[in-house]
Design a protein around this ligand. Structure first.
Ligand SMILES: [Zn+2]
Length: 195
């Protein structure tokens, strides 16, 4: 299976697993909310559950792993309340603290990221190398991107076919040791994708 198909298959499998597991998770959370809510509006409980349990997905997707782990604990607490005592002081504390905490976490992390990003773009100077290349291009010098790197000798190539020819030469002279190279094909693919 090629890399793109494999990534797509991984993604589809991941989405299917998440859909299956989120259904009972949303159910437990809305049940705990509903057991203690005075509004008697079912949709409010569902809005609460969708917000709280989707937070894990959101934080994981953003790469905020520590916060995602906290939300895993939050979902766990809802499950325990659902199974043991939906109508309890513990459950009331849980649902009372989770909404404001989630609103705070999403708002704070988003603003924090934004401020950091602003700072990054302000302080990062353009590297000298980039200026050299820019000057050369404006004088008509041609550059070719070479994202494909040989893991044995580090020589770079503009396309995969050239790299494969080069690797064949390594193999013929017994210099090809794939067990030493790690995930070099993925690294090449990522460099190529970033073009
Ligand atoms: Zn090589």
């Amino acid at each position: 299976m090629d890399l793109k198909k494999e990534q797509l298959a991984d993604r589809i499998a991941g989405i299917i697993i998440m859909i299956f597991l989120l259904i009972p998770q949303y159910w437990s959370t809305q049940y705990v909310f509903n057991a203690n809510d005075k509004s008697e509006l079912v949709w409010i409980a569902w809005a609460y559950a969708l917000g709280i349990d989707s937070a894990i997905l959101y934080f994981t997707w953003k790469g905020w792993i520590k916060v995602a782990l906290i939300y895993m604990a939050v979902s766990f607490a809802h499950n325990i309340s659902y199974h043991l005592s939906p109508e309890s002081i513990g459950a009331i504390f849980l649902i009372s603290s989770c909404s404001p905490a989630t609103i705070f976490a999403v708002g704070h992390l988003y603003l924090h990221r934004k401020a950091k990003h602003k700072k990054d773009t302000k302080t990062d100077p353009i590297p000298e190398k980039v200026w050299q290349i820019y000057k050369a291009i404006s004088k008509g010098i041609f550059f070719e991107a070479q994202p494909f790197r040989c893991p044995e000798c580090n020589e770079t190539f503009s396309d995969k076919r050239k790299l494969n020819g080069h690797i064949t030469a390594h193999k013929k002279s017994n210099e090809w040791k794939p067990e030493n190279y790690g995930d070099w094909e993925l690294e090449n693919h990522q460099r190529y994708q970033s073009l």
